[in-house]
Every structure is written in C-alpha cells, then in structure tokens.
Design a protein. Sequence first.
Length: 307
Amino acid sequence: MLARFSSLFRRFGWIVLPFSYRHQRTISRPVALSGFGFWTGEDIDVELRPARTGSGITFVRCDLSPIRRIPVRVENQIDTPRRTTLTAAGATVEMVEHVLAALGGLRIDNCEIWSNAGEMPGGDGSSLAFVEAINTCGIATQDELQPRLIIDDDFRVGDEGHFIEASPRDDGRLIVEYDLDYPHAFVGRQHYEIDVTPETFQTHLAAARTFIMEKEARELQARGFAQRVTERDLLVFGDDGLVDNELRFTDECVRHKVLDVVGDLVLLGCDVQGHIRAFRSGHTLNAGLVKTLLRRYKGKETWRFSA
C-alpha cells in the first residue's frame, strides 16, 4: 500500500495526510466555454481537459508558439490589482481566481485549462459558468490519494486593518469565514462563514459575483480597461445603490470574497484542513497565506494512513 503513496510523498513530502483521505479527481471529458476578458475585452475560448493523476492544475496558452504551460503554484503568482495572475515560461494568465474557485470548490485536483488568450473569460463575475461547464462533462475519480495539509497552530498574515488567519480543526473540514467592511452604504459590514464542500460551494458560493463601485469602474474604463463590461456583467454600486442589476443573495459581496479565498487556496496544490478567517483580505493577502502555509509546514513529513 505504501508504494501507492510514493509519488505523493515525492511531490508533497511536507504535507500531512489525515485518516479521512479521498481520491484525486479530474473531469470526465473535455468541455469548452467562451466569453470575453473583463480587463482586456478580448474574445476568449477556453477548454477544460482531463489531466493525469498527480499532475495538478495547469493553464495552457495555446495561442502562443510554442504553447506555454503555467502550473497553478503560488510561486508562479504575481501581484496585480483586483485579480490573481500567474506567470511561467514567459507567459501570463490573468483573472484565474474564478475558474480556480470552481475547480477547488468541486474538488477537481487535476485539470488542464487550454486558452487562446492571456485572461480567463469574466462571465457574469462569478464561478457559475465554470461550474455549469464541469457539471455537463462530469467528474472522474482517480487512483491516487489527494494529500491534505492539516493546520495545527494559529497564525495570521497581514495587520489589524487587513488580515487572513488560520487555526486548527480536528474534523477534516475546511471552514472559510470572511468579515467584509466596505466604505459604501449599500455594502457596509457583511459576514459569512461556510463549510466548503462541493455541495455547499455550488449552492452558496458559485453564483456570487464580484463587485465594484461605480466611480472606480469609470476610472478603470478611463484608463482603457474593462471597455466591454457593463453593469449587467457584474455588481456595480453607485450612490443610490446597485446599478441596473439585482442581488442573488442579500450578502452576495461577502460571499464573493469567500469564493475568492477558495480560488486562491488552490495555489497550495492540496486540500486544507482548518479554519480560515479573513478580514478585508484580497488576492495578495490570500496568496500570502498560501506562502506562509508552505513555509510553516515544509519539512513536516508525518504521514498517517487509514487502516
């Protein structure tokens, strides 16, 4: 039985595998979707493809010659405003957090994301389009086990004004909690906490859309960004409230922040057991948490197996 875990040990020697493990998963067949990039305005075609066990998630820029592969790892993350961006082999892909949230939320561990552009399609500002695409093709269970990092102490990344922190749990679950404090009357203080499973992700998080203030949106468009985006494509809040749209949840803004955390945790490359709590955190701090997890738990080579 131990031979079955040898490749996992080589790849994740510092990760603790708990008694309640699970098998890795990929999608059953390729599935395509299209849209346009919120930042560039480009038309984008994406195809999600099954991937071999133990390979993780990889973006493939098929518009470049030769094609470039960008593994989803935190060391490939670069700081960019309002989105998660990855770069490797001289290629970049932006706004990856929503497709990664869909894959992480549905526990898809191995997948190739082929794209003909350097940005993921924005859809409606949520993970819903990606979840629906995955549901049409189905999920396949693979032979190898998925490693899990078990948080066993308390720590925080950030400061009193903006932070994300982690604490232990002994029940195998990942709980994500977010406190939003936004300086706008129609957003304000919101709190949300969820036990992240494929079922809860689809029901309570996948459809939560990103949000922006109308003034900020106009400033971005004046700088040449988001030229094709309208108030129907995401949540835009003006002085009198939501512009030309309706909320899907009364607390949709904070749910989207939780969705972003789920997507950014995929940069870790394994499951997480613990309680993650964020206060006014964004993609940079989320990635900082992942980097801290890697530093703190590297070298912990304690492996436990189910009987």
